[in-house]
Design a protein around this ligand. Structure first.
Ligand code: HEC
Length: 105
């Protein structure tokens, strides 16, 4: 029974910090998207078009499928994002490359 005191310490720690305990797990997730926009030929375009209204963290927070990014870009253009069709294609390619996820996940 020498291990019991340690077990009690672990259990009380887990009960004391239920929400903050999930943060390190999320940060260590290898599928977590990059927090800042990675360098690429399209970087400056994405940074210019997609950070005009909100912080880049809104863009980098979550992975999406190409279809979802396509919808989001179209919605942002409706909001007033200024990018022509060719630029929207480049933004989609960039987001799908660095912030994509396989369809159906
Ligand atoms: C003209 C202003 C504007 C620009 C420019 C803009 N956004 Fe947004 N964005 C918004 C607003 C307003 C919201 C919150 C309302 C909503 O979700 O529609 C938002 C929310 C978001 C969200 C979170 C909501 C969701 O639907 O997932 C993402 C992701 C996003 N924007 C990505 C982008 C990307 C990528 C670009 C560049 C193509 C961009 N934004 C450019 C106005 C803008």
């Amino acid at each position: 029974m020498t291990r019991l005191p340690m077990l009690i310490v672990l259990v009380s720690f887990a009960t004391a910090a239920p929400s903050s305990a999930t943060v390190p797990i999320a940060a260590a997730d290898p599928s977590a998207p990059p927090k800042t926009l990675p360098p690429a030929p399209e970087h400056d375009l994405v940074a210019r078009v997609c950070t005009g209204c909100h912080v880049p963290e809104l863009v980098t927070a979550r992975r999406h499928t190409s279809e979802e990014w396509d919808d989001i870009i179209a919605k942002m253009v409706d909001h007033g994002a200024r990018a022509d069709d060719a630029e929207q294609d480049q933004i989609l390619a960039y987001l799908a490359r660095f912030y994509g996820k396989p369809t159906g996940q």
